[in-house]
Design a protein around this ligand. Structure first.
Ligand SMILES: CC(C)(COP(=O)(O)OP(=O)(O)OC[C@H]1O[C@@H](n2cnc3c(N)ncnc32)[C@H](O)[C@@H]1OP(=O)(O)O)[C@@H](O)C(=O)NCCC(=O)NCCS
Length: 467
């Protein structure tokens, strides 16, 4: 999916980076452009190693130094060389990417340059998926073909139903989704051929098409209802709703406001650059495993309460608070370190999460159809108090995407256990786009961080009788 012109563009940028002050198009030595993303005025960093008195000039490109450039900084020939220590990747870029842009301080999120607010208002989930994967919005005929290709792959193998049936009656649907999406690798053995763009494209159609089917089947299993097969006459989200909720009627009639709301939620969740699950996708994918196995791993990361499980935690939190008047006491507890305000704070956003703004508006439209979620009052009061409180202001803790999304999901009729499942469906697109980008990036290799070993030095084995 990466074009050769994109590669050439990169080459030019790197040439510029290696040759300071020739960036005539975007800046000059006396008047360097530092705002245009393409401007790669090469700067350098001079490091003085106080251990040896030696000086090193390291190039700075795109506001980064290369970690491997530090390796030359040694005390003696036996020294391994300097490394960086960055637990949780707080300040390490692991790739160059053209997919999603986030400015956490300003609260900006763009897919391929398009603001998330515009996509949420004007695009559809499948069109946005095309954009994320191919880099451009589709033409009318490209869009039709894309939608047709996804629609043709919505069915799943009958044996997956048997696999589903093997789960306990109260199995968490996210556990079922992780297992069944991983199992797809056993049905589509051609997926191993990750070097073939055609094979990758086919798995992409399959994954985007089948995730809603797996998700809906997991839900139907958990409520003891027969599985509903996909209806390819319906839109992506209306079909998903049909597979979830169709009973005996001939065709499920999705409420158009609710189907659109779900579509918008899918747009908002489609990608978020190098988050925990995407990092898992890239990390697992870097070993060149098939995409189904990699997505099972990425989805497992998403299941965690600090990531995709947060909106589930928000509702548990709202239930635990119980009533609006209990909010101040709850906030006091949070400030004293007795737990976290779920749905608040973000590793990257130190401002209002732009997705949270869209979701808040969306909630009004949904509640108009479904009636207000009784927890909304507590949530709004919590948000009001937290946004005025010094503790949260000082730490730049704002509502994130999960704060309101759970309330909408619940109003749409989803049980709490389905929330991470609903996140996984659209995020599959982001995972695949990032995986594609990684596989096409000649600089990427199998992901393998270093460590600082602080354990015992060599010691001899002691037989158990002598310990
Ligand atoms: C998202 C999250 C994991 C980011 O964590 P992070 O970038 O590592 O931030 P830190 O854990 O370093 O927190 C920085 C400070 O803010 C506080 N803080 C962060 N999130 C908080 C929250 N939700 N409630 C209360 N305090 C919070 C921390 O206690 C810490 O305070 P300190 O400096 O006094 O120790 C974190 O904000 C969180 O746990 N939020 C709740 C879960 C959630 O909504 N996740 C969904 C993300 S989309």
């Amino acid at each position: 999916m990466t074009s050769s012109s994109a590669q050439n563009n990169d080459d030019v940028l790197f040439f510029l980076a290696a040759n300071p002050y020739i960036c005539n198009s975007y800046g000059t030595a006396t008047n360097p452009c530092r705002s245009h993303w393409r401007c790669v005025m090469a700067d350098t960093l001079t490091i003085l190693d106080n251990r040896t008195g030696k000086k090193y000039d390291l190039p700075i490109t795109y506001g980064t130094i290369r970690a491997l450039d530090l390796r030359q900084i040694k005390v003696n020939d036996d020294d391994f060389g300097l490394m960086t220590y960055d637990p949780a990747f707080m300040n390490t870029a692991l790739c160059k990417s053209k997919i999603t842009f986030i400015d956490g301080d300003k609260g900006i999120l763009r897919y391929r340059g398009y603001p998330i607010e515009q996509l949420a208002e004007k695009s559809s989930f499948l069109e946005t998926s095309y954009l994320l994967l191919y880099g451009e919005l589709p033409t009318k005929s490209q869009h039709e073909e894309w939608v047709r290709n996804i629609t043709l792959h919505t069915m799943i193998h009958e044996n997956i139903k048997k696999l589903m049936d093997g789960f306990h009656y109260n199995a968490h649907p996210m556990g079922m989704l992780i297992s069944t999406v991983g199992s797809l690798s056993t049905f589509y053995t051609d997926a191993k051929d990750i070097q073939s763009p055609e094979s990758r494209m086919k798995q992409t159609y399959r994954l985007i098409a089948k995730m809603p089917t797996l998700a809906a089947f997991a839900y139907r299993h958990s409520v003891g209802r027969p599985y509903v097969y996909p209806d390819n006459n319906l839109s992506y989200t209306a079909n998903f709703m049909s597979m979830l909720w169709k009973m005996t009627e001939l065709q499920y009639q999705a409420n158009p406001v609710l189907a659109r709301a779900l579509d918008v939620l899918f747009i908002l969740h489609a990608d978020h650059e190098q988050n925990c699950s995407t990092n898992a996708m890239r990390g697992i994918g870097s070993a060149h495993v098939d995409p189904y196995s990699a997505i099972a791993g990425a989805a497992a990361a998403l299941y965690g309460p600090l990531h995709g499980g947060a909106n589930e935690e928000v509702l548990h939190m709202l239930d635990a608070i119980g009533a609006k008047e209990n909010v101040p006491a709850f906030v006091k507890d949070v400030k004293e370190g007795k737990g976290r305000l779920m749905g608040f704070g973000h590793r990257v956003y130190k401002n209002y999460d732009p997705r949270a703004r869209v979701i808040k508006r969306l909630a009004d439209e949904v509640f108009e159809v479904t009636g207000r979620n009784p927890r909304l009052e507590i949530a709004l009061e919590l948000e009001r108090i937290a946004l005025e409180d010094e503790y949260f202001i000082k730490r730049k803790l704002y509502p994130n995407v999960d704060f309101h999304s759970g309330l909408i999901y619940q109003a749409l009729g989803f049980p709490i256990e389905m929330f991470p499942v609903l996140f996984s469906i659209p995020r599959t697109v982001g995972w695949i786009a990032q995986w594609e980008e990684m596989l096409n990036d000649p600089e990427q290799k199998i992901a393998r961080p270093r460590q600082i070993y602080l354990g015992s030095d060599q010691r001899d084995y002691v037989p158990i009788s002598k310990r």
